[in-house]
Write a protein that binds this ligand. Structure first.
Ligand code: LLP
Length: 429
């Protein structure tokens, strides 16, 4: 069941008309559906109900604390990549023992923060990082639980910028160095080896790369155990893709992914850790925007909307496809072809080119679908456009879960250095 759908010609988020949110909160605005977050989490979790599994939602996909609290209520853990995300996860009520800390560049301060919180595991990405973690742990009188993120040299991922499991990528310990890395870790007094971690990419649309990576890592786990290491967890990262509504390959449903994982790991006797992000959040949100102008060009028509690349960067950065629909269901007999663009002064601020959709006019509302993951989380204030707000719908009610800052709020974080304030032409804000 879709939770962003038409009812009597008007698009709703669950039971709330999107036009009402636009009128009351303003546009552009992200709108999320609690029911969809919950359903996606449940579909994933239920398909591993018979497995020892930790589902560590990848906070980077959508890190709003209300979203995290929604998932925490379902039992989710968290995959975090910064001290900031760790703080969010804890603030949202995700227990530290369900938190894994990933990322190639953890700072000493972040390690200290995570050790003090007693998180589940650090996914370590280099020997240099391991040695620093050992020092920070010893200074705290603790042992840091670690898994090495290994790089299995497997091709996967929907776009070069989101493929991570190839040896030319910056991620993980090189496959040929993995066993030596574990040997060194075993010698460090502040480190406790608990598992192996891998993450091969994002928006993966078939199971073959997962199968390859799991088989490789299973072999590694056996070799590590033979060498005397205790391996109790196997983190296979995130990466399962979602349908975006275009003609690209439709990813397999979580049930098929789960069947594969279970078949390949049954005999390993490990806790499985998953880090799904997009699969949970992607189709749980839309970006709601108003048409500012229809500009009739020489050879094309531009639909200029009030959302821009600073609000949703994916099309500009990854040539990503997002379905775009009018909020007031259009007349299918009156189709037009538009380049849908934002107001930012860059040609890259284009959401799509040559898209056929019902005729739209200035003042009409549109939604960009599948924007719940890597949408608001990647938004910026470029062009001094205040950070896009977020709304969470739950049945017939909704709440603003991130408010739109004012331009004054933005200017307050900036200041004139002494030598400029002395200048008579510069006034205080
Ligand atoms: N675990 C690790 C270590 C990751 O780096 C990522 C995503 C995930 C889990 C979650 O992957 P997912 O299940 O969401 O595919 N901004 C890009 C996607 C970047 C993905 C980065 N890492 C986009 O908008 O497509």
């Amino acid at each position: 069941m879709r939770h962003f759908d038409y009812n009597a010609g008007e698009m709703f988020a669950e039971e709330v008309p999107l036009a009402q949110i636009a009128a009351e909160v303003g546009t552009p605005v992200y709108v999320y559906s609690t029911a969809t977050f919950t359903r996606h989490y449940r579909v994933f979790a239920d398909s591993f109900a018979d497995t020892k599994a930790l589902i560590a939602y990848s906070v980077k996909a959508n890190s709003n604390i209300a979203v995290l609290a929604t998932l925490a209520a379902q039992g989710a853990g968290a995959d975090v990549v910064s001290g900031g995300e760790l703080k969010r996860a804890l603030a949202a009520g995700i227990p530290a023992e369900k938190i894994v800390f990933s990322g190639v560049g953890k700072t000493r301060r972040e390690m200290h923060q995570a050790l003090t919180a007693d998180i589940h595991v650090f996914n370590v990405e280099s020997l240099a990082e391991l040695r620093v973690l050992n020092e920070v742990a010893l200074a705290l009188g603790k042992m840091a639980p670690i898994a090495f993120r290994v790089n299995p040299d497997v091709t996967a991922g929907g776009h070069a910028k989101i493929s991570t499991g190839k040896k030319e990528n910056k991620f993980g310990i090189a496959w040929s160095q993995a066993e030596d890395a574990y040997a060194e870790a075993a010698r460090l007094p502040g480190i406790r080896i608990v598992g192996v971690d891998v993450h091969i990419g994002s928006q993966i649309s078939d199971l073959a790369p997962f199968e390859k990576a799991i088989l490789k890592v299973s072999g590694l786990i056996k070799r590590l155990r033979a060498a005397g290491h205790t391996i109790t967890s196997f983190d296979i990262g995130g990466g399962l893709g979602i349908p975006y509504g275009n003609n690209a390959a439709v990813p397999p449903p979580p049930s098929e992914y789960a069947a594969l994982v279970k078949r390949l790991t049954r005999d390993l006797d490990v806790e499985m850790i998953f880090e799904p992000g997009r699969m949970i959040a992607g189709n749980s949100g839309v970006l709601l925007s108003e048409v500012l102008y229809v500009k009739r060009g020489e050879d094309r028509d531009f639909l200029i909307i009030d959302a821009a690349m600073n609000d949703l960067l994916r099309p500009a950065l990854y040539d990503a496809y997002h379905d775009i629909e009018p909020v007031r269901q259009g007349d299918l007999d009156q189709m037009e072809t538009y380049d849908v663009v934002g107001p930012i002064c860059e040609s890259g601020d284009t959401f799509t080119k040559g898209r056929e959709m019902p005729k739209l006019e200035s003042g009409d509302l549109v939604v960009l679908h599948s924007a719940g993951a890597y949408g608001a989380a990647q938004a910026s204030q470029y062009n001094t456009r205040p950070l896009v707000p977020e709304v969470l719908v739950n049945g017939a009610e909704y709440a603003v879960i991130r408010s739109r800052p004012t331009v004054e709020d933005i200017l307050k974080t900036e200041s004139f250095p002494d030598w400029l304030t002395k200048h008579e032409n510069v006034t205080d804000i």
